[in-house]
Design a protein. Sequence first.
Length: 637
Amino acid sequence: MGLLTEGSPLSWEETKKLSDHVRKHGVIQFINLYKRLRDRQGDILKWGDEVEYMLIKFDDDSKTAKLSLRAVEILKILNEKENEDPKNVKSLWRPEYGAYMIEGTPGKPYGGLLAHFNVVEANMRYRRQEATKLLQPNEVLMSLTVFPRIGAPDFTDPPTHPTSNTGASKSLFFPDEAIYPGHPRFKTLTRNIRERRGEKVAINIPIYRDENVPLLFKEDLTSKGDDGSSSKASKDNHIYMDAMGFGMGCCCLQLTFQACNIQEARTLYDQLTPLCPIMLALTAASPFYRGYISDVDCRWSVISSSVDCRTQEERGLKPLKENKFRISKSRYDSIDSYLSKQGEKYNDVPLTYDDEIYKQLLDNDIDHLLAQHIAHLFIRDSVSLFSEKVHQDDLEDTDHFENIQSTNWQTMRFKPPPPNSSIGWRVEFRPCEVQITDFENAAIVCFTVLLTRVILSYKLNLLIPISKVDQNMVRAQKRDAVKVEKFWFRRDITSDVKSDDAQSEYTEFTINEIINGKDGIFPGLVPLVNSYLANMDVDADTHCTIQRYIKLIQKRASGELLTTAAWLRKEVLLHPEYKHDAVITQRINYDLLKKIHSIVSNDVLCPELLGQCISSKTTDTIPAAVAKAEKCSAASC
Ligand code: ADP
Ligand code: MG
Ligand code: MG
Ligand code: MG
Ligand code: MG
């Protein structure tokens, strides 16, 4: 979840008074950092994944599955190895928003060898086993995007109760005890976002229309302690949620790539942007909220609303008086502008940015595109500030910059090198939902990394106007988007022919056409990846692993296999206890999670989700001979 500064959090009133201070010094810190690092060259491809997990506690007598609030205890032990010998660990573990969540990454980033694709899954498996060893009987680690009964009555172990009058969330449904208690950042963000907004966050997701859902679906919120504000904020026929935990309490899969220099990082940032909605639709895994079946398949709009700190003025509901800007999106949303020269002409959405900051950046020799990107990030206030960090050395520190940067939770993140490190310019790919098995997560990770290689080596151009990417984000979240939606995509991605008619540069394709190709019209991303691989020397095991991953992606795209969301829906709809009322009871939830656990443990096959062949040849380490052979062949070409 980005920067974790130790210390004492300031109140919202104090933080608000220091907003200009944080912005002013954050910008200076960025300028200093940029001057030092703009010409940094020669970094090699490195990359790594982040997987978020939930702790689930089963009770086989009462047939319940709850979120187990033991992340602090588990993390303490998981971090011991790293504390003793940080350079020689196979995994790194970090806290996340939920008191039931942990985040794991590989101990070191992977590099440019194709053989690295063969260790990703083994490392994910290692992480799962490592954390699982620390669990109690009947406690299970799951890579689940959303817990189906999150915020429904009695969803935590031990039991907790929401406090609608006090605390960080003031939620009718989500208790503060479910927020990670081991670091003050999470509760502070929750409180400050709510206080900045001037009211609780409001998330309304359409309910799935099944035959026994009342024609007017409207909940009684008064009995839950509502003072009237929730009834006003909730929409008819929607699942209403009122806390940051509903979004930030979801798990996801992220990827970070290091580029050889800032230019390449800007290119990757742009080229991966049109892929965000495509990969979101392909990885869709979150159809349930608060114990109900919803009519969407992804968490994106939930998490976006769950941290929407914009005031009524900023949202355009009142004339501007206290605030400076109308702001069209939450601080958690898809990106608003491209960063490369090639992307410039596709920046068709008016960008809100701070003029003074923009000018200051230009005055310091930062170009228009990067300046407007930073000035856009800096329209936001700090929503978490620690007293120890208020005064900083702007030549050395970057905390104020990171403060704003790390709370702009967008589909892509442009990551400058940290001060005094060997790390280069990086970009982070953030849209994907996490899948239940390591096999699927490794497939998504390896496919995305391969795409970056193909984009850079073949100089592909995937750019379409930002407004079209925004439209695709909306479509990607719809129920069964992979099967029923079309997505704006560039017609010709292999040659950079300029067309006079911008309209004809892009068209609408299905996900199947984008991934697998359309005869004579569009080559398809997988065929391009395969032609790239055909020109590479790759050892037999790695080749086999990559092909299994690619098959999974192809079959998900074609609809031959179900998306995680589609499979989850089907399981609930077919459950004997399901009453066609869109309700996920404790028992349905228990049976579903048990089944997921048995699939992940390989006790039960699930060919409709995973296909027939799920065992890859993944290994813990790259055999020395393979590494050597690959290095030689890379050197000779
Ligand atoms: P954040 O939560 O801020 O996105 P994390 O530290 O949790 O960042 O995850 C960063 C990811 O980047 C990890 O997968 C890690 O392996 C990877 N990584 C670390 N160093 C580099 C590097 N130099 N280049 C690319 N990726 C890196
Ligand atoms: Mg995370
Ligand atoms: Mg992280
Ligand atoms: Mg998260
Ligand atoms: Mg991340």
